[in-house]
Every structure is written in structure tokens, then in C-alpha cells.
Design a protein around this ligand. Structure first.
Ligand code: GCB
Length: 894
């Protein structure tokens, strides 16, 4: 009896579970694991052209390695993904979709050998209906899904060119979605099919409007109950609304307004309070649940003012934040949702309240995090640098803009839709004025179309174009008049001009475009965390220059209320395959490194923006330091900076307290005597009688000025020639110093002058070519040309000397320099052959740097030997043809 009872209850449970499954509105199955992948122009599994499959998981990109290697370019072509799945027979009466969150950039989907659908564009989601091609079977993995992805250049698909890498692959998540035959229209541009907005909000009242479409694939007319429930954070239902819809086969539109929302809890960056909107479809007769969606919403209102900046919920807000690219070191663009969210947390922890999602829509996790963490956002489509004058291109732009708006419509964080970035950067038809005029007119016409479609799609948000700093060009073409907001990407004091020009540019906008709100949509400078400088100059890539750059820019923007937003370029370093410079393939303007370690400017923003007490010793990536010792005190004086928002700060180094300083500039600096070995630094900040602390240990290697100084024994020295910067190789724990002129008893160069590229006004010294065969490019990127001797007056003993060379003059075949980098036009290869002697003995004979090794190739030559008779070490250079060169030198006592 007991057994029968038990069996009956088990049966009941099974039935209930099955009922629940049937009641379930949607069944979403992740399809990310265990795909087979292959790439190559000649592969085509559809037509029996096999290749080597390998197993991969999504998100996946095929460009992780080749964007970092020394060969210019990366694979832009076709990749195939294959997976077999079983489809339960219970799906037979359902609508089944493959939902891609993003694949770059053209995708074709085949199910069981037949084409199911395709999508153009690499940065938005799309749903492919697969019903008709499936075989329903509970056990066997009978259904083969084959996806062809292509990231080749296509003149009809934006972006055409850009300072970022177009990684190919299914680089976002993929799910299988099974829905009832009546459901919200997820076929509408990859959207949810339900659009939520808050057209009217104030402190006492708010209105919530919902509209959308549903799809029916039932042949008969049905009465459907659409209900909307608004819940507060605690889950309490605030308002509900039910509507009866007569639904025919096909698409039915609906719209509903909930207008009695009293005293809405407002959404702000400080208090990102979210409500939940549940929208359900039920069969009116049976009550059966057909579909259900849950979206978050927030109540806020906002406006931009040309004179006074930005207002949220009636209060002025300075928008300060950063742009984000989606890639990461070792992952390319195939980054998890968790890491996407991590970025938003880092922006929030910086004190930011604004994100520019640049230059394309990103993983939905990004805006979800913005909603939840309290970051306002601007989103844009990848229409960057230039256009193709073709209807196909324009149509793709329009389609991308519609997808972007519909897919991200429901996020309370979004306040701006942007549709072009620096569109006049690439000068087409220079020298052919009539053609150029037509080109510009076509751009303006496209802008107008995109702007109109945006305002029609979403009348509650602002439209924007982000321009580069050519004020006249954008005015003459009319591009500053079309959008509601004008964004400027400004780099004076970096690519050109001086820091001072920045403020004047802002004031010019205010004067001449009196009715246009202004956002500084980009500003930034490269900081290679391995490069430091005591005398920072523009384009030396030192962290110090960039910190000073940000201090200047932020101060200027804070002074001007009409500047609505200050948006740093960029939150983190990112891959730009065509870039060369000190870290080839990387754009170093991040406040964080490519794998998200903070650089000094990030701390500057924290200290400037955070309201909570903040104190941080900067240069915490500069833990291996070196410098010339003062032999009387056996110390070396170098600066230490502290970023803090506290009232006053004191520094203690190795137990010795330094002057307490009033902090009125966010960054406080001391010159500190470092001793050999570990130096323990403590920064203490004070506010309202309380104190806060940060600590750092720096390993310092004193370099004796007189190499025979007994108090500071010589061990090793690493010298960069022709440079004013310091370079830190944390892997090898090596600190490289700038060169000096030789003085007896010490070390230094004799003769020669720092290498400079003729006519290049940007680089203070050296080159920014990619030096192949090394990751330590800065070691090779500067040089003394015409060097006669290098002398090091070391004591007798055994030594190892390494001379580092790279030919900096001449073009590397096939190099594609990004337009903003140094190389313009071809340079002639230098004929340069020379002999090198060490203490009078021939070490390198007829050394033909370019002839033997090529241009911009790292070459290291090692010498080991004895120094005797108190003569020290002299390296002499004798020209055979051209001028001898030396890029860097290392000497180690054995
Ligand atoms: C810009 C572009 C951005 C680049 C940046 C730079 O103005 O909009 O895509 O990465 O400059 O670093 O040069």
C-alpha cells in the first residue's frame, strides 16, 4: 500500500513538473560549449572542402594571437563553427530560435545543411528562427548547427577603418530559445519585442509606457491577456495593468501606459534604484501562460543645457567617466559577461558616473551593469572615420542604429544615442574639390537620416555625433547642427598643439555654437606603465606626462559649467593591431592596462571624484627603481606622488617623516631620498581629525656615479641611449636609466646625437616603429647616431657587456601604420657599416645592421671579458660607411 502511495505521489510530481514545463513561457538553453571550429579561405564544409576542426567554447575569437605578432595584419576571412544538438520532441509545437548576442561581422546560419538565416554587422544581437529545419528527437544529437562567420573588409559594412581591431568570431554568448506559438516579437531587430520608457517623471509622479509587438503562429484568432506589473526593489507590486488583445496570425502591436505611479523612488548614480517590469501574455480563455519578460527600469529625468551642462532629476551633474572598448589581454573581444561587468565596477570605483560605449554596442551585460551600478551611458554604432558612398552602406548604418536602439531601449542608464565618430578624419578626395564636396554632402545626408530615425525611434533621449578637433570642418559640413549634442574628441597637447589650446577650443564652441550642449567625448594620452620620466614631454609615453595631461584637462572642464561631460579615452588599454609605438598593437591611453591594472591617472581620478576618503601612493607599478646615487649620503633623490582627496598629507620614507603638505591640487609630491634595497613608504592623510593611510615598498638600486665608489659597489647598469626616459622591465627586474655624457670616473657617451626623424614634430626623440624580435621596444626605439665611444670607468674585474642595436632609419616592408602614428611615407634605408672595439680589441667587424638584420629588428651582442690595469671599459665605434649607432647598453659585474 505504502509503495503504491509513494508511486502515486511520484507520478503526481512528474505530472506537476511536466505541467510546470509546459507552463514555462520560454526555455532558454545556453549553447556555448563544445563547438568545433576551423578557419581558412579554402574551407567550406557545406561543399565538401574540409579543414582541421578543433574544439572551442564560446565566446570565441580566432584573432587572439595574430593581432599581437610582429607580422602586420591579422586574419580577416571566414571561420566555421559546428555543433550537433538534440531538440526535445516537446519543442515540436514551439517557435525555436538561435539567439546570437554578437558575431563579427557577417554571419550565416545553417541547420541540417540548409540555410536558416544571416546577419550583417558585428556588434548587435540577432535571432535566427530555426523551427522548420529541426529534427525533433530527445536522445540523439541529430541536428547539426553550422555557422559561417566572416570578418573580411566589406565596403558596405561599418566600421571601414578604425583605431581598434575587428576580431572575428562568435565572440558573445549564444542560446537556443524555445517559445510558445504566441510570444513577444523577438524577431524585431534582435530586441526583446517589449519597449519600456518613462516619458514623464517628477518627484511626486511618474508614467511608465510600454509598447511592442507580439507574434502569433496560431492559425486561429485568439484572445490574449497582456498584463504589466511594476514591482519595487522589495518585490512589492506597485501598479498593474491588464489588456485584452485580439490576436490574429502574424504580428499584433500593443501599447500600454501606467500613469499612477506615486512618489517614484528616483534613479541616480548615487542611488541606482531599479524597479522590475513583468510583462506577460496569457491565453484569455484557459489562463495558460504564453510568454513572460522581466525588465528592469528606473525613474529619472534629464536634460542637457548649452550654457549650464547636464541635469539629472533637476540637479546639475558633471558627467565624468570614460569610454570602453570590449577586448582584454589574451582574450580579444571574446570576453565574459562577468568581465564586462568588472569594467563597469572599475569605472564606478574610479568615481565615474558616465560611460561612453565606444565605438559600437557591446555585451548587454555592460548596460545592465550601468543600470545597477548607477552609470549614465551613451551608446553608438561603429560609423567611424569615413563612409562608403553607397546605398548599401547607408542601409547598414540605418539597420545598425535601429538594432542598437531597440536592443538597448529599456536601460534607464542610457541617455544618448550616437551615430558617428570622427567621420571627417580620413580626408577623401583631397585635391578633387567637386568630388570632396559630394562626399561631405553624402556624409551630412547620412547623418540627417540617422538623426531622424533616432528621434523617431526614441523621442526621449538625445542624439549625438562625436567629432575630432577640427572645428571648422564639422561646422562647414553642417555636422554640428544635426544632432542635439555635439561631442568633441580633443587631443591638444598630445597629437598636436599644446595643453593650453584645449581651454580655448571649449570657449570657442561656447561662443560660436551657443545653442549646442558640448561633451568632451574623448581626451587622453598614452601611458606605457613601463616608461617613467623625471622630465616628461609630449609623446614620450611616460606615465608622468599623461598624469599631468589629465590634471590639466579635468581642471579646465571642471571650471566650465557648459562642458556637460568629460569622457576619458579610454577606460583601459585596447588592441589596435595597426598601431606600433612603445607597445605595438596596443593603444596605451587606458587609465587601466589591457588586463585592468590601474595606472597613475586612474588614481588621480579616484582622488578627484570620490567623495569617500581616498589616499594612494602613485607609481605602484614602478616598484623596481634605479637612479644615480649621491655618494655622500648613499641615497638618490626621486619624486614620490600621492593622490588624495584629504585635507593634508604626510609622507614617511624608511621611518623618516617628510613635510606635512596641504593638499589643494589632488596630487601632492615630495622629493625623497631612496636607499639601496627596499624602501618603505607610508602616506598618511588627514581629514576632520581622522587619519587614513597607504603603504608601498619600492625596491631601489643605487647606481654609483663614480663606478669605483666603495660605498656603493657597482653591480649592473642598464642604459637607454638618446632617451630622457626610464624603462622598467618588471619581468627581469631591470631598471633602465637615461644616458649621460661621459665624465671621468663615471660613465657615459662620447659623441653622437639622439636619433630623431626629420620633420617629425611629434616625437621628442627616437622612433615609434614596432621593433621586431623583442617586447622591450623602448629599449631599442632611441639611439645615439654617430656615437664615437662609450666609456664606463669600472674597477678591474670580470664583466658581461650587452650592446643593443636596431636600425631606426628606413621603412619596414608591408608595415601598415595607423594614420595617427609616426610613419608618413617611405624612408630610405641607411647604409651603415661599422666596427666596434672593446678596450681596443675588435668585437664586431663590419657590422652591417640593416644589411644583416633588416630595419627595426632588435639585435643584442654580448661580450664577456676582464677589465685590468684600472683602465675601465671603453667601447669604440669606427665607421666604415655611414654613422655608427648604439641604442642601449647593459653592463653586469660577474
Ligand atoms: C580618436 C578615436 C579613437 C582613437 C583615439 C586615439 O579620436 O575616436 O578611436 O583610439 O582617437 O587614441 O587616437
Amino acid at each position: 500500500m505504502k509503495l503504491i502511495k509513494a508511486m502515486l505521489s511520484l507520478l503526481l510530481l512528474c505530472c506537476l513538473l511536466q505541467l510546470a514545463a509546459q507552463e514555462q513561457a520560454r526555455i532558454i538553453t545556453p549553447l556555448n560549449n563544445a563547438w568545433h571550429f576551423m578557419a581558412g579561405a579554402d574551407t567550406d564544409p557545406l561543399n565538401g572542402k574540409p579543414g582541421q576542426w578543433k574544439q572551442v567554447n564560446l565566446p570565441h575569437t580566432w584573432n587572439i594571437a595574430d593581432v599581437m605578432d610582429d607580422t602586420p595584419g591579422y586574419y580577416r576571412g571566414i571561420g566555421w563553427y559546428k555543433k550537433s544538438i538534440s531538440i526535445p520532441s516537446s519543442y515540436r509545437n514551439k517557435d525555436v530560435y538561435l539567439f546570437f548576442e554578437g558575431a563579427n561581422q557577417e554571419t550565416e546560419v545553417f541547420v541540417n545543411g540548409k540555410k536558416a538565416g544571416n546577419h550583417t554587422g558585428g556588434y548587435s544581437a540577432f535571432a535566427i528562427a530555426v523551427n522548420n529545419l529541426l529534427q525533433f528527437n530527445d536522445k540523439d544529437n541529430r541536428n547539426e548547427i553550422l555557422v559561417k562567420v566572416n570578418n573580411s573588409h566589406d565596403p558596405s559594412i561599418p566600421p571601414l577603418s578604425a583605431d581598434f581591431t575587428f576580431f572575428g568570431g562568435i565572440y558573445r554568448e549564444l542560446t537556443l530559445v524555445a517559445m510558445n506559438r504566441i510570444h513577444f516579437n523577438n524577431e524585431d531587430h534582435g530586441s526583446a519585442g517589449v519597449f519600456i520608457t518613462t516619458p514623464y517623471v517628477n518627484t511626486s509622479n511618474a508614467v511608465l509606457r510600454i509598447h511592442g509587438n507580439l507574434i502569433s503562429r496560431e492559425n486561429t484568432d485568439r484572445n490574449i491577456l497582456l498584463s504589466v506589473k511594476l514591482r519595487n526593489r522589495e518585490g512589492k507590486v506597485i501598479v498593474t495593468a491588464d489588456t485584452l488583445l485580439k490576436v490574429k496570425d502574424g504580428i499584433t502591436a500593443f501599447s500600454k501606459q501606467l500613469d499612477s505611479i506615486r512618489q517614484p523612488h528616483l534613479w541616480t548614480p548615487e542611488d541606482p534604484y531599479l524597479y522590475t517590469v513583468t510583462t506577460t501574455l496569457k491565453d484569455a480563455a484557459s489562463g495558460k501562460l504564453l510568454d513572460e519578460l522581466q525588465e528592469q527600469t528606473g525613474f529619472r529625468w534629464f536634460r542637457f543645457d548649452a550654457e549650464k551642462g547636464f541635469f539629472l532629476n533637476g540637479k546639475p551633474y558633471k558627467l565624468v567617466g570614460a569610454s570602453r572598448h570590449q577586448d582584454r589581454e589574451g582574450m580579444g573581444n571574446a570576453v565574459s559577461k562577468k568581465l564586462a561587468r568588472e569594467d563597469m565596477k572599475l569605472l564606478k570605483a574610479m568615481g565615474g558616473n558616465f560611460l561612453r560605449v565606444a565605438h559600437y554596442p557591446q555585451d548587454p551585460a555592460v548596460l545592465k551593469a550601468c543600470d545597477e551600478l548607477g552609470l549614465l551611458a551613451s551608446v553608438e554604432i561603429p560609423v567611424v572615420n569615413e563612409i562608403t558612398e553607397s546605398e548599401a552602406f547607408y542601409e547598414n548604418c540605418m539597420m545598425m542604429q535601429t538594432e542598437m536602439i531597440r536592443q538597448h531601449y529599456n536601460h534607464p542608464s542610457v541617455i544618448i544615442w550616437c551615430y558617428m565618430n570622427e567621420i571627417l578624419l580620413r580626408p577623401h578626395y583631397n585635391g578633387d574639390k567637386p568630388k570632396q564636396d559630394i562626399y561631405f554632402a553624402n556624409i551630412t545626408r547620412l547623418a540627417q537620416r540617422l538623426d531622424s530615425i533616432t528621434r523617431a525611434e526614441d523621442p526621449y533621449r538625445y542624439t549625438m555625433i562625436a567629432n575630432h578637433g577640427d572645428f571648422n570642418k564639422y561646422n562647414v559640413t553642417g555636422l554640428t547642427r544635426i544632432p542635439m549634442l555635439v561631442g568633441w574628441n580633443l587631443y591638444s597637447g598630445w597629437y598636436g598643439g599644446t595643453l593650453k589650446d584645449f581651454g580655448s577650443f571649449l570657449d570657442r564652441h561656447r561662443k560660436e555654437l551657443t545653442d549646442k550642449p558640448l561633451l568632451v567625448t574623448e581626451y587622453g594620452a598614452d601611458a606605457d606603465p613601463r616608461i617613467r620620466s623625471m622630465k616628461p614631454v609630449r609623446f614620450d609615453k611616460s606615465v608622468e606626462y599623461t598624469t599631468a595631461f589629465h590634471q590639466h584637462y579635468l581642471t579646465e572642464m571642471m571650471k566650465r559649467p557648459f562642458v556637460a561631460a568629460a569622457v576619458v579615452w579610454n577606460l583601459a588599454d585596447f588592441n589596435s593591431e595597426t598601431r606600433e609605438e612603445t607597445m605595438p598593437h596596443i593603444n596605451n591611453k587606458g587609465l587601466l592596462t589591457w588586463n585592468r591594472k590601474a595606472k597613475d591617472p586612474y588614481y588621480y581620478y579616484q582622488a578627484s571624484l570620490l567623495k569617500t576618503p581616498f589616499i594612494r601612493i602613485m607609481s605602484d607599478s614602478w616598484l623596481t627603481r634605479s637612479g644615480i646615487a649621491d655618494s655622500a649620503t648613499a641615497t638618490c633623490i626621486q619624486p614620490v606622488q600621492v593622490a588624495s582627496n584629504l585635507d593634508s598629507v604626510r609622507l614617511t620614507v624608511n621611518g623618516q617623516p617628510f613635510l606635512l603638505q596641504k593638499n589643494d591640487s589632488i596630487i601632492v609630491s615630495w622629493n625623497v631620498p631612496f636607499i639601496n634595497g627596499d624602501n618603505h613608504i607610508t602616506a598618511t592623510g588627514y581629514r576632520n581629525g581622522r587619519q587614513y593611510e597607504d603603504r608601498l615598498t619600492v625596491h631601489f638600486r643605487l647606481q654609483p656615479y663614480l663606478l669605483k665608489d666603495k660605498r656603493i659597489p657597482f653591480r649592473e647598469i642598464n642604459i637607454l641611449l638618446g632617451a630622457n626616459r626610464y624603462y622598467i622591465d618588471e619581468k627581469r627586474k631591470q631598471a633602465w636609466l637615461p644616458d649621460q655624457l661621459y665624465r671621468p670616473g663615471s660613465w657615459g657617451s662620447v659623441g653622437g646625437k639622439p636619433f630623431r626623424i626629420e620633420g617629425n614634430t611629434r616625437l621628442p626623440y627616437g622612433t615609434d616603429k614596432n621593433i621586431t624580435g623583442t617586447d622591450d621596444d623602448p629599449v631599442y626605439q632611441t639611439q645615439l647616431t654617430g656615437i664615437k665611444e662609450y666609456k664606463l670607468d669600472v674597477a678591474d674585474g670580470n664583466y658581461e657587456l650587452t650592446l643593443h642595436f636596431a636600425e631606426l632609419q628606413g621603412s619596414v616592408a608591408g608595415n601598415l601604420a595607423y594614420n595617427l602614428s609616426e610613419t608618413t611615407g617611405k624612408q630610405e634605408r641607411m647604409a651603415r657599416v661599422f666596427d666596434v672595439y672593446v678596450n681596443g680589441k675588435l668585437f664586431l667587424e663590419h657590422f652591417d645592421l640593416a644589411g644583416q638584420y633588416g630595419i627595426a629588428k632588435a639585435v643584442a651582442k654580448k661580450w664577456k671579458g676582464q677589465v685590468r690595469g684600472s683602465k675601465g671599459l671603453t667601447i669604440s665605434f669606427r665607421a666604415v660607411t655611414g654613422e655608427p649607432v648604439l641604442n642601449a647598453l647593459q653592463l653586469r659585474k660577474l
